[in-house]
Ligand binder design. Structure first.
Ligand SMILES: *Cc1c(COP(=O)(O)O)cnc(C)c1O
Length: 390
């Protein structure tokens, strides 16, 4: 019999009843150290007092009004996001896939409005993950997710991740944009090579294309910069953000320069819930914390310490962990045992990580962790590895 909840997820046999900071309490009565953050979503930990207060205060005022009216929280969040990034304008939605849908529409509409409607194709990269809607699945190009859902949405061409030459070769008269995650998250924390984003920027400028970054997983402080692409330096024309921007409240955003967004006039796009007063109240509280003096420096320091400690565990257990990779607190352990076994062993020790492609366990702790939490995690990971070693 089909379960009441559509069985599209392979769920672990545990739920959680409460969270506080980096900890979760399970239905089994145990306490867990959450180094997954609901896939890089609860980046400020659980029940952060400032986020709780921001949401509660807004709950007592007004929950929802249509985007047919002025929404003060939304306008304030947009102004702060544009001030902190390359962008001039922001569209709000509720999820990552929707943010990417807007990015794709914005790029295509830019060329349509510029009198070049034939330019609608977007070059994406092997191993990409951009979401589960029909267009974002086509953008991601992963056969295992596309199979069975009818013809793949038209207009996406894929080239190997990190290959500038292949990218340039794939550019044709119908190409309108290049779209990339600076660090591929779902496929196992694959960091773009050092000059790659700058190379893509040059190609975009040379051929008059728009450059789109998907920073849904990497943005809002995860790597120790507000946006991960700042480590490379090359700016995009369009960027999608979601996950951590809402701290656990569903919120997504598509940011663009004035030039890139030129086609998105009244009536061209919309969302019933996008940018509603509750979500954007939390989004503003998230920015209060992430953009405060010293916060990103803390992420960098914790990231360096954690990566070094993880490397020590890997050295002690070479038959379990092959490699540690990633930037800031967006880290991955490439496992030598099946990654499901490693994650299960970690969970038995009370440590939560997230599976990724390439047999990688993603380690994405809250950005507010301290050295004591890292010591605790390393202790648990070490014991998990010792139990697995052949
Ligand atoms: C999670 C993710 C998405 C999809 O976000 P949803 O909120 O699940 O729609 C898209 N791109 C990247 C890079 C992601 O990590």
């Amino acid at each position: 019999m089909i379960p009441a909840v559509l069985p599209t997820y392979a769920r672990a046999d545990i739920g959680f009843v409460r969270g506080e900071g980096p900890y979760l309490w399970g239905t089994d009565g145990r306490r867990y150290l959450d180094f997954g953050c609901g896939v890089a979503v609860t980046s400020l930990g659980h029940a952060h007092p400032k986020l709780v207060k921001a949401l509660k205060d807004q709950v007592d005022k007004v929950w929802h009004v249509s985007n047919l009216y002025q929404i003060e929280n939304q306008e304030r969040l947009a102004k702060r996001l544009t001030a902190a990034t390359f962008a001039d304008s922001v569209f709000f939605c509720n999820s990552g896939a929707e943010a990417n849908e807007c990015a794709i529409k914005m790029a295509r509409k830019h060329f349509y409005a510029a009198g070049q409607p034939e330019r609608f194709r977007i070059i994406t990269f092997e191993g990409a993950f951009h979401g589960r809607t029909l267009a974002t699945l086509a953008a991601g190009g992963q056969a295992k997710y596309l199979e069975g859902f009818g013809p793949k949405a038209e207009g996406f061409d894929q080239v190997p991740f990190g290959d500038l030459e292949a990218t340039e070769k794939a550019i044709g008269p119908a190409t309108c944009a290049l779209m990339i995650e600076p660090i591929q998250g779902e496929s196992g924390i694959r960091v773009a090579p050092p000059d790659f984003l700058n190379g893509l920027r040059s190609l975009a400028d040379k051929y008059g294309l728009l450059l789109i970054y998907d920073e849904i997983q990497t943005g809002v402080g995860r790597t120790g910069k507000f946006m991960a692409h700042e480590w490379w330096g090359a700016k995009p024309d369009i960027m999608s953000v979601a996950k951590a921007i809402g701290g656990g409240f569903p919120l997504g955003a598509c940011l663009g320069t004035e030039r890139a967004a030129a086609g998105m006039v009244v009536g061209t796009h919309g969302s019933t819930f996008g940018g509603n007063p509750l979500g954007t109240a939390v989004g503003n509280a998230v920015l209060d914390i992430v953009l405060a003096d010293g916060f990103l420096e803390h992420v960098v320091a914790m990231g360096q310490h954690l990566k070094q400690q993880l490397a020590m565990v890997a050295e002690q257990h070479p038959k379990v962990i092959e490699e540690v990779r990633g930037i800031g607190l967006h880290l991955g352990l490439k496992a030598k045992v099946p990654v499901g076994d490693l994650l299960a062993a970690m969970r038995r020790e009370g440590l939560i990580g997230i599976p990724g492609g390439d047999n990688v366990a993603r380690i994405m702790p809250p950005l507010v962790i301290e050295r004591t939490h890292i010591a605790e995690a390393i202790d648990k990971l070490g014991r998990a590895c010792a139990g697995l070693a052949p």
